[in-house]
Design a protein around this ligand. Structure first.
Ligand code: 3E9
Ligand code: MG
Ligand code: MG
Ligand code: MG
Ligand code: MG
Ligand code: MG
Length: 365
């Protein structure tokens, strides 16, 4: 099975931090889940034990408390969709029906007053989330949030097609799907709302800034795949996970697949740091705050990933570390052999030749 795989401490250069109100925020999320009756009673009972409030408090350690609460409720809601419908529910094996349902939910996110899905708890919860997004964000941020939900939904339909067919995608397709199906991009607008600013579109939509956010998604989801492998491989359901994809792609056992996944996330982390350093040097104060928040998002997912009972599963303990390393196991600066993301490395030339040296800044789109 490989479910007793021993995960060593992995590299994290990001500082650990948590919002001081995390306990109250977590309790409020449990009450919110109950009010809206998110998920089955059984699923909700599990979700409220996962310290999702603590996770959100780590993502926005100095953020506005109302936004940390909004993020926490939203993450629980996302698990209501991801666990409740996709991974454990019947729609997860009916991509066409899943797509129809998610399109209806999107309409609620866009136009919460639409008289649709009137007795659906996830739709009711989403109406409340939209109202709070409007209260704490700008119209542009609300639109980005809806668009990001669409890309998450689109990717879980792709995932459902694999679940239905029982197929494991190749590494390139999996990497591309995983940039979205870990629901990382839907959190991004809340990073801005948490600190009460709006990143201007000309800055947020720069290829290099989008790439930094994609690298954060890669690191967060690869780390999730490493820490959730025990939970996922021990269960009896179909699962997609970077380790499983690497086992297939390269004919590896789970120990070698784990080593390779760690090397890949280390190399993306190395690149992320170098890219952020460059972006910081020329970016606005808002961009610098946004890059800081990508770091707290990564670190928050790491600290939560090694501590939440969702992953440690005390009834059948996972062998995951309780600490992180200060140095990468793989210090490499070369690109990963994954076409969908290999271009990231072109944004930060490692050792520009003299002829290219003064065009270094131009190489960041
Ligand atoms: C994550 O992948 C699925 C998302 C819906 C979880 C909600 C979390 C966030 C929005 C923040 C990103 C955090 C991560 C990816 C930990 P998967 O593998 O289904 O998650 P699982 O918890 O089941 O391993
Ligand atoms: Mg709790
Ligand atoms: Mg999932
Ligand atoms: Mg899952
Ligand atoms: Mg609807
Ligand atoms: Mg997982």
């Amino acid at each position: 099975m490989g479910s007793q795989l021993a995960v060593p401490p992995i590299y994290s250069p990001f500082e650990a931090a948590i919002h001081p109100r995390h306990v109250v925020i977590d309790q409020r999320t449990a009450a919110w889940a109950e009010t809206f009756r998110i998920g089955s009673d059984e699923l909700r009972g599990r979700l409220v034990s996962h310290d999702i409030g603590g996770f959100s408090a780590r993502i926005l350690p100095e953020g506005r408390e109302e936004v940390v609460s909004l993020l926490s409720d939203f993450v629980l809601w996302l698990f209501g969709v991801d666990d409740g419908h996709c991974e454990e529910g019947e729609l997860g094996r009916r991509p066409g029906e899943l797509s129809g349902y998610l399109q209806r939910l999107l309409r609620i996110a866009q136009n919460p007053e639409s008289p649709m899905l009137l007795d659906d708890p996830l739709a009711d919860g989403l109406r409340d989330l939209r109202r709070r997004v409007d209260r704490h964000g700008t119209p542009g941020q609300a639109a980005r949030w809806v668009d990001a939900l669409r890309e998450y939904f689109f990717s879980v339909v792709w995932e459902a097609a694999h679940r239905t067919a029982g197929t494991v995608p190749d590494l390139n397709d999996y990497t591309l799907m995983r940039l979205y199906d870990g629901a990382t991009s839907v959190v991004l607008p809340l990073l801005e709302m948490g600190y009460g600013y709006e990143l201007q579109p000309h800055e947020r939509d720069r290829t290099a800034v989008r790439a930094a956010a994609e690298m954060a998604s890669f690191i967060i989801t690869w780390d999730n795949d490493i820490f959730s492998y025990h939970k996922e491989a021990s269960g009896d359901g179909f699962y997609l996970n970077a380790l499983r994809v690497l086992e297939r792609e390269h004919g590896l056992g789970s120990v070698a697949a784990l080593d390779l996944a760690i090397s890949q996330r280390d190399r993306v982390t190395n690149l992320f740091l170098r890219l952020c350093e460059r972006l910081r040097a020329e970016g606005s104060p808002q961009l610098r705050q946004y890059l800081d928040s990508l770091g707290t998002f990564i670190r928050g997912a790491q600290d939560w990933g090694v501590s939440s009972v969702r992953y440690t599963t005390p009834e059948d303990p996972a062998d995951i570390p309780s600490a992180f390393r200060d140095t990468p196991i793989d210090p490499g600066v070369g690109p990963l052999d994954i076409p969908a993301v290999a271009w990231w490395w072109g944004l930060v030339p490692d050792a520009p030749t003299p002829a290219l040296a003064n065009s270094g800044a131009d190489s960041m789109a």
